[in-house]
Design a protein. Structure first.
Length: 170
């Protein structure tokens, strides 16, 4: 922790770089005059560093909480479902890409229905259908449609895409 009688900043690499950058800047003569009058209340470099850190924090907060056309992701719990014939099992991990960020609350509310639809979909498949890349692409499309059906939304308002993180057929 970098401490000083003027301010405290956690000792992150960014704060070190910012401190080096600000300490290398020349101090304007007007600021020197003000600092000479009251050195305890005013320190140009430290004020500039604090202002830059505040702007950086605000900008990263705005990016993280961005709304509008921003997208969000919701990870589903892994599925383990018997395929047709009951001799083979599919283990599947997936993430849903939301078309709009406000869908996140609805996904959490309807998660049991989404899981139910996906389990019904997976249990209606044969291992031969899922072994080909085309079969997996069809499964992605069908999973997206099943999730949107459970949410009662269209693909442009609900789930925009589905990403499979792992597929294992045993």
């Amino acid at each position: 922790m970098f401490t000083n009688r003027y301010f405290m900043v956690k000792d992150y690499p960014l704060s070190r770089l910012l401190h080096k950058f600000v300490s290398s800047l020349p101090v304007p003569s007007r600021a020197k005059k003000i600092a000479m009058k009251n050195p305890v209340e005013f320190n140009f470099r430290k004020s500039l560093a604090l202002m830059l850190l505040t702007l950086f924090w605000i900008s990263t907060s705005a990016i993280a909480g961005e709304s509008g056309d921003g997208e969000g992701y919701e990870r589903l719990e892994p599925f383990k479902v018997n395929l047709i014939g009951l001799h083979q099992v599919i283990q599947l991990s997936a993430t849903l890409k939301m078309a709009k960020p406000d869908v996140s609350d609805k996904i959490k509310l309807y998660m049991p229905a989404i899981q139910h639809e996906i389990i019904l979909l997976l249990s209606s498949k044969t291992p031969e259908q899922l072994k080909t890349p085309q079969g997996r692409q069809e499964l992605i499309l069908e999973t997206r449609l099943a999730a949107n059906k459970a949410l009662m939304l269209s693909p442009k308002d609900g789930i925009a895409d589905v990403f499979f993180e792992s597929i294992l057929i045993q």
